[in-house]
Ligand binder design. Structure first.
Ligand SMILES: Cc1cc2nc3c(=O)[nH]c(=O)nc-3n(C[C@H](O)[C@H](O)[C@H](O)COP(=O)(O)OP(=O)(O)OC[C@H]3O[C@@H](n4cnc5c(N)ncnc54)[C@H](O)[C@@H]3O)c2cc1C
Length: 396
């Protein structure tokens, strides 16, 4: 099967690219989008599954009708190999050739090759993982109510680690009726990170505020510390602490999946694909990459853009436009996104970040986070659903 443009991955970057092709492509342009899942998942809301603040159905958007509505073909299948020289891809559903490829496959949990960590912890890249964390948090609450202890360890002191820890604490407080101080003594709730400090990529004031806020949730931060051993009876930390029956959440980082891993191409830190300023894979004329999988460095920057929805959407759109230009033999446009800022969102009502160049913390960044989640959702049903869920306070 040969189609003009194949988009690999239907997350933020893939759907943004598809939208651009549908708007600006010539009539009848054959576009094929492949994804291993039927739904596009709104990852920034996954932590809200833990505390049952937003329901799973408002985080999912069905890919097949979305693609068909834009005149594209959708195939649910796993991408196994990408062949840039042949502008082709091997999948579980067979081999597809195209005139141009857009790689938008995002990233997966990074266990750094530690199989014990993979088996002994719960990540947060899928809805299923979010629901597992919710179920385990409930079990933890039951143990606390029965007079037992329930240690919680979140591995990774980045954005996701902070979010996960705050949502677990928030859920435990609601399920047990205890204060955060009481939970601190009964659990304990820990974030561990190998690095000397948490939130390495945020500004000093935002980091200080976020650390102060996470402390209010009864969460203890242990830096230069990690889980040394996972066992059936619990975990042992590198500082010697033994935690029997601990719930361990994995938020230590992400990396591209196997299909990109096996691709012979220049890669940056964390295995992300190096792209030129037009988002073209280095050395390939008609293969583009956008979103988390690409280590895009726009003009004027020295390091790749952080992994974020705004850059995935902007990158997907740019990669879509440049694909059309490449096929038409026109000059490509450089990728120069505007940085609107970032928020470290904690459980509802709390957050810290930089918004349009201004550092801010408390309710405002939290509200902006949820507003952006609603606005950037792919359907009106999900937009209104998210807002309605947040008003209800419990969707379980
Ligand atoms: C818990 C969490 C919280 C976050 N919070 C925020 C936030 O508050 N703000 C923010 O800006 N960003 C946040 N992010 C980051 C943001 O979600 C990502 O930057 C964004 O999802 C990247 O978009 P993408 O299109 O590159 O990848 P994704 O959205 O991950 O999409 C990739 C797609 O590719 C598919 N795929 C992958 N491999 C294969 C394969 N081999 N075969 C077929 N299909 C495949 C996947 O199924 C998926 O649909 C968060 C991420 C997580 C995990």
């Amino acid at each position: 099967m040969h189609e003009r443009i194949a988009i690999l991955g239907g997350g933020f970057a893939g759907l943004a690219a598809l939208g651009e092709l549908a708007r600006h492509g010539p009539p009848g342009l054959a576009v094929h989008l492949v994804d291993r899942r039927e739904d596009s998942v709104f990852s920034p809301l996954l932590p809200d599954l833990i505390s049952a603040r937003v329901s799973a159905r408002h985080m999912r958007h069905p890919l097949r009708p979305h693609c068909e509505g834009l005149g594209a073909r959708f195939t649910r299948t796993e991408v196994q190999r990408i062949l840039p020289e042949e502008v082709a891809v091997e999948t579980d559903a067979g081999r597809f050739g195209a005139d141009a490829l857009l790689i938008c496959l995002g990233c997966e949990n990074n266990y750094f090759g530690d199989e014990q960590a993979r088996a002994g912890s719960i990540g947060l890249k899928t809805v299923e993982e979010g629901l597992t964390l919710r179920r385990e948090t409930r079990r933890c609450a039951e143990r606390l109510l029965a007079g037992g202890r329930c240690p919680v360890v979140v591995v990774g002191g980045g954005y996701t680690g902070f979010e996960v820890a705050s949502h677990v604490a928030y859920a435990l407080r609601r399920l047990t009726g205890r204060t955060y101080d009481e939970l601190r003594r009964a659990c304990p709730l820990l974030i561990v990170d190998k690095a000397p400090g948490p939130l390495q990529n945020v500004s000093g004031a935002v980091r200080r505020w976020a650390v102060e806020l996470i402390g209010k949730f009864g969460v203890e931060l242990r830096t230069e510390c990690t889980v040394e051993r996972f066992g059936k009876d619990g975990v042992m930390l590198s500082d010697g602490t033994q935690l029997a029956g601990a719930l361990v959440a994995w938020a230590a980082g992400v990396t591209p999946g196997r299909a990109v891993d096996g691709l012979e191409a220049s890669k940056g830190r964390g295995g992300r694909l190096e792209v030129d300023r037009f988002l073209r894979l280095r050395g390939a004329q008609r293969v583009f990459a956008a979103g988390d999988v690409a280590a895009a460095i726009p003009p004027g920057r020295e390091t790749p853009l952080r992994m974020a929805v705004q850059f995935s959407l902007a990158g997907g759109r740019q990669a879509g436009r440049n694909t059309l230009r490449a096929l038409a033999g026109e000059e490509l446009e450089p990728f120069e996104p505007t940085d609107l800022g970032y928020v470290v969102p904690l459980a509802p009502g709390e957050g810290a970040g930089v918004v349009l160049g201004r550092e801010t913390w408390g309710r405002l960044p939290s509200m902006l986070h949820y507003a952006m989640c609603s606005v950037r959702s792919w359907s009106w049903e999900n937009r209104f659903g998210i807002l309605a869920d947040l008003r209800r306070r419990d969707v379980a």
